[in-house]
Design a protein around this ligand. Structure first.
Ligand code: NAD
Length: 508
């Protein structure tokens, strides 16, 4: 089925206590490849949000004491169902997000299911074990891990099902319940995931879904019975969510935006550096939080780097999103298209950066399978950029690369380069390309970012804890450390000698 033939999806319900829950009030989600409606979506009102939280509260006492082994068994059945339905789920993601099927079928569901498998296995293998500290021959301290309660998951639109899984997997594995709110721009995966969990044996109320925009997320965040908020989205929204959560003394995980440096060192292989920079800017049409959009290139390599980059830009292929050959799609929504277009215009007209490739408008000529009504922009490269330009300082979240040349002719160039790379309030990701691994370690050690790569870009496997520094976030997702974000600790001092605390007053 081609992109123009996306099926009309049924009206999307909320999912509460293991049941679909339709509401009168709806909003419409559209296919960004052709701007046609995909589905009507039930809009959660305050009483539906309360009902979803209450369903979680009812499920929590039993789920939280279900043995980790049994919880693991259920979650692994969900992993199996996700993998068996990979292509169906990927097709839905392609219709909802505008990402090519070549991407959604190999990345989005796969990397979500990997994380669920990782945490299911981790809890079965003792990942939730506490520890015991001998204090005296007749006293010890035991520290156990306890789940938090009912948690909120609030997602962004760029990796819908992956984000839903990266949040729900450790949350549920640790014995918590979740009320999940997907982005209003990409709601279709949520019902699929909820029903997969139910089919796998997850008790009603452990995973609930509410739909709507920021007001629904805000109500969920400030709900007195929500114990923790795991949020993925923009820095500005994250600040609001973290403030609201702090008022209720709630735990948060914040996965926010970035303006990450991609550092090409003078000894880097040009081919590797160009491939890395392209991956760091054009995958998912640039809608990846960890993108390395500030590409620092040494003057000594600049001509070769740009020549090879221009040759390789034709490898970016917009087209019918279901065609396996297509690797570039439209942007996710009209407002986002307007935002990215405004940044490209600003780069040309106000920043007056040199436009090396692309620019305003849709890819030209737009392949016949692409509808002009879709939210297409051209993959774009600006060069000779300076650090103060708006396109080099703000997260664009589209396929826009800014090349920032640096002078590598003097011996102290590295200090200046690192200072420039770190001169951003954000610190999500960073990467370095070089043939010298010792130098790579030195540079990575000095870069202020929570996720770093050497001679590669973008891979984020289940085993790797990821999270931003500075304004890019709080806490990590994935890996062993990711589980810690979903538990609280209880320490118990056990006195085995008779009359432990009684002796103090006995002396008075
Ligand atoms: P966004 O901040 O606009 O929205 C994110 C979610 O927050 C949506 O579900 C939205 O409805 C909800 N929301 C809006 N206002 C709210 C409020 N006041 N209270 C609670 N919830 C509210 O972000 P977006 O445009 O959907 O996503 C793109 C952003 O996400 C980019 O900045 C990107 O870098 C970031 N992102 C980060 C990561 C990461 O892991 N660090 C991953 C993916 C995306």
């Amino acid at each position: 089925m081609g992109l123009t033939q996306s099926p009309p999806y049924e009206k999307q319900p909320l999912y509460i206590a293991g049941q679909r829950h339709q509401l009168q009030s709806t909003f419409t989600t559209v296919n960004p490849a052709n701007n046609e409606p995909l589905a009507e979506v039930s809009q959660a009102d305050p009483s539906a949000i309360d009902a979803a939280v209450e369903a979680g509260q009812r499920a929590f006492p039993s789920w939280s004491i279900t043995s980790p082994l049994e919880r693991s068994r259920i979650l692994l059945r969900a992993v199996h169902l996700l993998r068996a339905r990979n292509d169906d789920l990927a097709r839905i993601e392609t219709h909802d997000t505008g990402k090519p099927f070549s991407e959604t079928s190999t990345v989005d569901v796969v990397t979500g299911a990997d994380v669920l498998q990782f945490y299911a296995n981790l809890i079965a293998a003792g990942g939730l074990d506490g520890d015991t500290t001998p204090l005296r021959p007749d006293a010890y301290i035991s520290t156990t891990k306890a789940p938090l309660g009912v948690c909120a998951g609030i997602g962004a639109w760029n990796y819908p099902i992956q984000i839903a899984l990266w949040k729900s997997a450790p949350c549920l594995a640790a014995g918590n319940c979740m009320v999940y709110k997907p982005s209003e721009f990409t709601p279709l995966h949520a019902l699929q995931l909820a029903e997969i969990y139910t089919e796998a044996g997850l008790p009603p109320g452990v995973f609930n879904v509410v739909h709507g925009a920021g007001d629904v997320g805000a109500r969920l965040t400030s709900h007195p019975s929500i114990a923790k908020v795991s949020f993925t989205g923009q820095v500005s929204t994250g600040s609001k969510v973290a403030s609201a959560a702090a008022a209720g003394m709630k735990a948060v995980t914040m996965e926010l935006g970035g303006k990450s440096p991609c550092v090409i060192l003078p000894d880097a292989a040009v081919e590797l550096a160009v491939d890395g920079a392209m991956m760091a800017n054009f995958f998912s049409s640039g809608q990846v939080c960890t993108n390395g959009t500030r590409v620092f290139v040494p003057q000594s390599l600049l001509p070769a780097f740009q020549t090879r980059l221009l040759q390789k830009m034709s490898d970016i292929r917009p087209g019918d999103l279901m065609d396996p050959n297509t690797n570039f799609g439209p942007l996710v929504s009209k407002p986002h298209w307007e935002k990215v277009t405004a940044y490209i215009r600003h780069g040309i007209e106000t920043d007056k950066a040199t436009l090396l490739y692309g620019g305003l408008g849709a890819p030209s000529p737009l392949p016949p399978a692409c509808r002009k009504e879709g939210y297409w922009v051209r993959p774009t490269v600006f060069t000779d950029c300076t650090d103060d330009m708006l396109i080099a300082t703000e997260e664009i979240f589209g396929p826009v690369m800014t090349i920032l040349p640096y002078d590598d002719s003097h011996p102290a160039y590295l200090t200046t380069l690192i200072a420039r790379a770190n001169a951003t309030p954000m610190g999500l990701a960073a990467g370095v390309f070089t043939a010298d691994l010792a130098l790579a370690h030195q540079v990575v050690g000095a870069l202020e970012a929570g996720i770093t790569w050497v001679n590669t870009w973008g891979e984020s496997p289940a085993e790797m804890p990821v999270g931003g520094w500075k304004k890019s976030g709080l806490g990590v997702e994935n890996g062993r450390r990711g589980l810690e974000a979903w538990v609280r600790h209880k320490s118990t001092l056990v006195e085995m000698a008779r009359g432990g605390s009684g002796t103090v007053f006995a002396k008075l």
